[in-house]
Design a protein around this ligand. Structure first.
Ligand SMILES: Nc1nc2c(ncn2[C@@H]2O[C@H](COP(=O)(O)OP(=O)(O)OP(=O)(O)O)[C@@H](O)[C@H]2O)c(=O)[nH]1
Length: 341
């Protein structure tokens, strides 16, 4: 915080961003630790589960780009399950319970990963009431009525909280619990005490059930999305390459044109210059019959495309050029065009 002159939230977010830049190293390290054939694992044993503790400021992780990068990278390397930990004694009123459920619901929809609800601190308060509220609508309704009648609605224990006694809040919570029924069906719920270790076996059973769900339902969906993204990226690159090829034929046709513009000095300037050239040639195509060179160039397009792809693959080690490569090529092309004039 001192080094970058940041506040607490900025500090957490920056730490997360810096952490995300090392994601490849983190995954490589984890892959080594789960490899049963790796003799350098402590005690010669591979680890079975990896627990990732996210920052207490949940939104910093869930809604940030680096949080998404970390989650997506983890999910593409290992079966990944979200455990949403709830402080049971502090969720004993219907309104805080509902706030927690809505938060969990938003995380489920944002991460699109299997989720377990973990009611922690069962050594202080048993989590049976919460499990009942999630499975029995009438039980939640009667808890709501009791809180309203006792005048403690909206608070924990005996203290009435903000909005206490509001009829509007009561009916809102009622309809929300109905709406969330479908959401509850997708969750595993366990009560644990990390203090005494109670319920930890059930927690790992739930993790195993969700791992199977991940392999069955989520993995194919993740792979489909990944494929879609790669195809869209390849299509964008092809499009860029097509533009480049058009630029090349334009430069051939306009070689004899008088110089009316200054040499391009930036990539964007070069693109503007090229766009202007394209417009001119587009006009000349329909106005006169000087399209011979165009046709020849168009005929060579596929060969040139291959050569460019090959050249870029040779220089960068990639199969297809990136958008930056293509922009840079266009810049070079436009600059040399201006120099040759
Ligand atoms: N009685 C009881 N206390 C617990 C239990 N689990 C955690 N605590 C206490 O709850 C407090 C908060 O625990 P943390 O593990 O720091 O909570 P956290 O949500 O990870 O905190 P941040 O990530 O830093 O926001 C500590 O004082 C713990 O000792 C439990 O099962 N029972």
């Amino acid at each position: 915080m001192k080094q970058y002159n940041l506040g607490p939230n900025g500090g957490i977010l920056t730490s997360l961003n810096l952490f995300a830049t090392k994601v490849d190293q983190i995954i490589a390290l984890l892959e080594r630790r789960v490899d049963p054939n790796n003799p350098s694992n402590p005690g010669g044993r591979a680890i079975k589960h990896i627990l990732v503790d996210t920052p207490g400021q949940i939104e910093v992780f869930v809604w940030s780009a680096s949080g998404s990068i970390l989650l997506e990278t983890l999910a593409s390397s290992f079966p990944t399950v979200i455990a949403y930990i709830i402080d049971t004694p502090r969720t004993s009123s219907t309104s805080t319970f509902m706030s927690n459920m809505l938060y969990a619901c938003s995380i489920l929809y944002k991460t699109k990963l299997p989720m377990i609800l973990v009611f922690n601190k069962t050594d202080v308060k048993d989590a049976e009431f919460a499990k009942e509220w999630m499975t029995d609508f009438d039980a939640f309704q009667s808890a709501l009525r009791q809180e309203e009648e006792a005048g403690v609605f909206g608070g924990e224990g005996s203290t009435a909280g903000f909005g206490a006694g509001s009829g509007y809040m009561g009916s809102l919570l009622n309809s929300m619990s109905l709406m969330l029924e479908e959401f509850y069906r997708h969750l595993n719920v366990v009560g644990v005490s990390s203090m005494t270790g109670d319920g930890i076996d059930e927690f790992f059973e739930a993790v195993e059930a969700k791992r199977q769900e991940f392999e069955r339902d989520y993995r194919p969906e993740l792979e489909r999305k990944k494929k879609e993204r790669e195809e869209a990226k390849a299509a964008r690159r092809e499009q860029e390459l097509g533009k480049l090829m058009r630029d090349m034929s334009v430069s051939g046709a306009s070689r004899g044109a008088p110089r009316d513009r200054d040499a391009a000095e930036t990539v964007s300037e070069a693109e503007e210059v090229d766009q202007a050239s394209r417009d001119t040639i587009g006009g000349s195509e329909s106005d006169d019959a000087s399209g011979d060179e165009e046709i020849t160039s168009a005929g060579d397009d596929s060969g040139l495309t291959e050569r460019y792809k090959q050249a870029l693959a040779d220089s960068t080690g990639h199969k297809t050029p990136s958008e930056q490569d293509l922009s840079f090529m266009r810049y070079l092309r436009a600059s040399s065009k201006n120099v040759n004039r």
